[in-house]
Design a protein around this ligand. Structure first.
Ligand code: FES
Length: 944
């Protein structure tokens, strides 16, 4: 709880002095951090994601020794071995011990990327080239340092195609998912062949066993999460590869988990590795599978799309994790299919790939309509003189990028999804019936062909794969010869005029956490969870990702990385004492830095992005804002997790991560429950405001919000005015429980704003019975002689003009009604220090109260005021604009006004929001019908 000193001033700012620290690295890069005077430079640095070299973190090893070029600091406590007196004299210091007293410039003995791990590059040997069918090759690679390659089942690598480069000496790469399990020695990839494709050409014309081949990785956040719940696996075409990897991992774990696979392909030749799936089915007791071929001429027993093979049993009433690797239409189709079944799966994880695009390289590296996670790195746009693009230009001369998208033969029916307009089907094998006009417009709820462009003349046999639907400048890559494009690009598809009615929309899942990771090449990996009213799913998702990160990092972290990890774990500890938060905001901050770090250490940007996309920190900040209770082991868990990493206890680390998620959930639940309880007014007089229309200004927080809650609970219809849109949330909540509540976002420092609020009340409820002028609050805290002209005017505008304007705006309607009450919220600070302009403004409010009461008594209008003293309130959500103290002197000025407020109170304490709201509500009600022109001090005996 934060102490404030004025009626409507909620919260103080952290007054700990902070300094800028410039970290100058050996490679010439300088990074800036802010560091509080009570914080070590290393601590601040790590929290701001800059990992300077560390080892002991305790002034014992000297690893972090740096040269301080300028600035004043407290060097802290350390031993001579770490830093000698001579070195200290010369200006060397230990960032793990030093605390700044001024801005600093430090020379860090490392390069700027020292702490950044990156996906590693591996060189191996081609050991298998197995033509599985006329359309698919299995590529096997062996690497010598296999132990250094950890990956999760579902992840991919970027394979460098031997023998070619992009014309600038850079390797040409394609992305492929591992089809082998993480525990298996040999690396297996499934590659679908596309004539002319760079990888396809290499594999069919040049590749030989025994030759070297390189790749970087692993990448991606599409991987099998550890859990016991049933799994539904959906694979489109060679999207089977990551699914195979998952199955092989389950097999190595002797899993009895219930798993069902639906495998969909376009034609019989695309149906591969059936014997391997059968083999797995014989080993995994919980595993069943089915497949379908969309080609009607197929000999497969199931012709059609994967959705037709998803039954209610597979969805298990929503208690199922769905893993899907396929093109966007398949993802959307499945999502829609599941939604139409009324099911919200516990987890929906997907890796989308789309159609291939033209590489704008100087050399022709071809294109691969290849296999799963067969990625073509796509440059932004095709060359202007690209003949294929020119052929696709519409009447305006603008290349029809959507048409170009559909050139890849495999795009016709990807996992059973028809994707070409009927006019294009002539070039197909002849076995497929023409798509209807309707079907071409709505495939899986997605528009796939622009209206008005007509049937473009395209050569479907052309091997030059065109630029994409991506906006110019966007990047994309292709997987399975299909470009993977970002969400924004998918949206771009739907912006074309539709030839048929608007397709059905995908169910709105906005309320669900649906992090989507746009890969470095523009494809999408995402996960969705059911809408949550509590935050449990968020922490379950975090734990699932963290367990993946654990597998990638465990046993691979350097001493320095472990030291950094421990530093961040330790940093959370001071903010929890037993089961109480010492500072929930700082805990949230340090907790986020701790969890981020493990993802950072994976060197896998996608994993870090997937974690960040969950928005855990934001959710925690919101929920824990006023929290006091924390599970007593939460902070200790962090330390114990690092200990498990350090000691090599893999099982303990896993168990702790899972247990920590559970303890985090408990902390959040308790905070949410306490928050709901704390919002209820402590005192309520039922029905006291029934039939009354009450306007409350400054209602988004603090005394205004609490008064609004009480009046609403007592039957009043409330109009909540504030300059912040946060007032919408309060209004929405009260509208759900009270007799009527509307927000009015307005700037009351203008007369127009005041008029708008009154108009809003009259439009909504027909009149204004009570006006509570709560808005105001001191901005600056310092001796009067320090105020500038501008600052004085700002205080008057904030704390006097708002009340003057709103009284002026509301009185005509009250006069017409022949009744009304105005309650002005003044302040005991009419006699106070270090906010003189504010004191003067509130003194004027008192004068306004007395004079208006006199002038409008005969109109049946009462005008009264309260004069609050210091009031406890939750931290402010809307800043009042008070600048951070820039010096000790300014901090002392600020503190002086708090001390004066406390000493002026006979009760020597601050009031509560309920105590302030009680006085306001009394004066506003008919219980005070014989009181007018009075200012009631509510300040523990301070008369103001
Ligand atoms: S002395 Fe700073 S890390 Fe050891």
């Amino acid at each position: 709880m934060t102490v404030t000193t004025e009626s409507d001033v909620a919260g103080t700012d952290d007054t700990a002095t902070t300094h800028q620290v410039a970290l100058s690295f050996e490679d010439g890069v300088t990074r800036f951090i802010t560091c509080r005077e009570d914080q070590t430079v290393a601590d601040a640095s790590y929290r701001q994601r800059i990992n300077i070299p560390l080892d002991c973190r305790d002034g014992a090893c000297g690893t972090c020794k740096s040269f301080c070029e300028s600035g004043d600091y407290d060097g802290g406590t350390y031993i001579e071995d770490a830093l000698s007196d001579d070195e200290s004299e010369q200006g060397f210091a230990l960032p793990c011990c030093m605390k700044p007293r001024s801005d600093l410039v430090l020379q860090i003995p490392a390069t700027s990327d020292i702490a950044k791990t990156q996906a590693a590059r591996f060189t191996g040997t081609v050991v298998e080239l197995d033509r599985l069918s006329e359309s698919t090759i299995r590529l096997g690679i062996r690497i010598e340092n296999r132990g250094q390659l950890a990956f999760l089942p579902g992840q991919y690598v970027n394979l460098e195609i031997p023998g070619i480069d992009d014309g600038h000496g850079n390797p040409v790469t394609r992305s492929y998912s591992f089809a082998n399990g993480p525990h298996e020695d040999r690396l297996i990839f499934l590659i679908k062949l596309t004539p002319g494709g760079a990888m396809s050409t290499y594999l069919t014309e040049r590749a030989t066993r025994g030759e070297p081949i390189a790749f970087t990785g692993p990448h991606g956040s599409f991987f099998l999460r550890e859990a016991d719940r049933p799994v539904l696996l959906l694979a489109g075409g060679t999207g089977l590869a990551p699914i195979l990897s998952m199955l092989r991992k389950l097999d190595s774990d002797n899993s009895r988990r219930s798993v069902h696979l639906v495998y969909g392909v376009s034609s019989d030749v695309d149906l591969v590795v059936v014997d391997e799936i059968e083999w797995l089915a014989g080993r995994l007791p919980g595993f069943t599978w089915d497949h379908c071929v969309s080609d009607p001429a197929s000999s497969a027993p199931n012709k059609g799309y994967v959705m037709s093979l998803i039954g209610p049993d597979h969805l298990n009433d929503g208690d199922v994790a769905i893993y899907l690797c396929g093109p966007p239409p398949m993802v959307e189709s499945v999502r829609q299919h599941v939604a139409e079944a009324g099911i919200e799966p516990t987890g929906f994880y997907y890796e989308k790939f789309a159609l291939a695009a033209q590489p704008a390289a100087d050399v022709d590296v071809g294109s691969d309509a290849g296999s799963v996670i067969d990625t073509e790195v796509v440059r932004d746009e095709a060359p202007e003189d690209d003949p294929a693009m020119t052929a696709l230009a519409d009447d305006t001369g603008v290349p029809d990028r959507t048409a170009a998208l559909l050139l890849v033969p495999d795009a016709r029916a990807i996992a059973g999804q028809e994707t070409l307009p009927s006019t294009e089907l002539d070039a197909w094998s002849g076995t497929r019936p023409a798509a209807t006009e309707d079907s071409r417009a709505r495939i899986a709820g997605q528009l796939i062909w622009p209206h008005g462009s007509g049937a473009p003349t395209v050569d479907v046999d052309a091997e030059t794969i065109q630029a994409t639907v991506s906006q110019p400048g966007a990047t994309a890559r292709s997987i399975a010869g299909q470009e993977m494009f970002a969400a924004s690009d998918i949206t771009a598809l739907t912006t074309h005029p539709a030839p048929t009615p608007t397709p059905p929309e995908t169910p709105d899942r906005d309320a669900s956490p649906a992090p989507t990771v746009i890969g470095s090449h523009g494809y999408q990996i995402g996960e969705e969870h059911p809408e949550i009213t509590e935050s449990d799913a968020l922490f379950e998702a975090r734990a699932a990702l963290e367990l993946g990160a654990l597998e990638l990092t465990f046993g691979r972290l350097s001493t320095q990385q472990l030291a950094g990890y421990r530093l961040l774990a330790d940093a959370t500890v001071p903010y929890v004492d037993g089961d109480r938060f010492v500072d929930s905001a700082e805990y949230t901050e340090t907790n986020a830095a701790f969890h981020d770090y493990l993802f950072l250490l994976t060197g896998n940007d996608h994993l870090l992005e997937a974690y960040k996309a969950l928005g855990v920190k934001g959710r925690m900040s919101e929920v824990l804002r006023n929290a006091t209770w924390c599970h007593p082991l939460c902070a200790q868990d962090h330390v114990d997790i690092v200990t498990a990493f350090t000691s090599g206890d893999h099982d303990a680390a896993r168990e702790l991560i899972v247990a920590h998620a559970d303890r985090s959930k408990q902390t959040m639940r308790r905070a949410m429950s306490d928050e709901i309880g704390s919002r209820r007014p402590r005192f309520v007089t039922p029905g006291r405001f029934t039939g009354k229309v009450v306007v409350i200004t400054g209602a988004a927080q603090g005394i205004g919000e609490q008064t609004a809650r009480r009046i609403s609970a007592e039957g009043g219809q409330v109009v909540l005015a504030d300059r912040s849109e946060l007032v919408d949330d309060v209004a929405r909540e009260l509208a759900g429980t009270g007799t009527g509540a509307v927000p009015a976002v307005a700037d009351l420092e203008t007369f127009g704003g005041a008029e708008a609020v009154v108009r809003r009340a009259i439009d909504s409820f027909g009149r204004v019975d009570v006006l509570i002028n709560n808005v105001g609050g001191a901005i600056n805290f310092k001796p009067f002689t320090e105020f500038t002209d501008e600052q004085i005017r700002a205080e008057i505008d904030r704390s006097l003009m708002t009340t003057l304007f709103t009284c002026r705006a509301a009185l005509p309607s009250m006069v017409r009604s022949g009744r009304g009450v105005i309650v002005n919220v003044s302040s005991a600070a009419t006699r106070g220090i270090h906010r003189i302009p504010y004191s003067a403004a509130k003194g004027a409010v008192n004068a306004l109260t007395a004079s208006l009461a006199l002038e409008y008594a005969d109109e049946g209008i009462r005008v009264v005021a309260t004069a609050p003293g210091g009031t406890d309130a939750p931290p402010r959500r809307i800043s009042r604009g008070t600048p951070e103290p820039r010096s000790d002197t300014e901090a002392r000025w600020y503190q002086a006004h708090i001390d004066q407020t406390l000493s002026s109170s006979t009760m020597h304490r601050y009031g509560t929001l309920d105590e302030q709201a009680a006085a306001i509500c009394f004066l506003a009600s008919d219980e005070a019908s014989y009181i007018t022109g009075t200012v009631l001090p509510v300040a523990g005996g301070d008369q103001g």
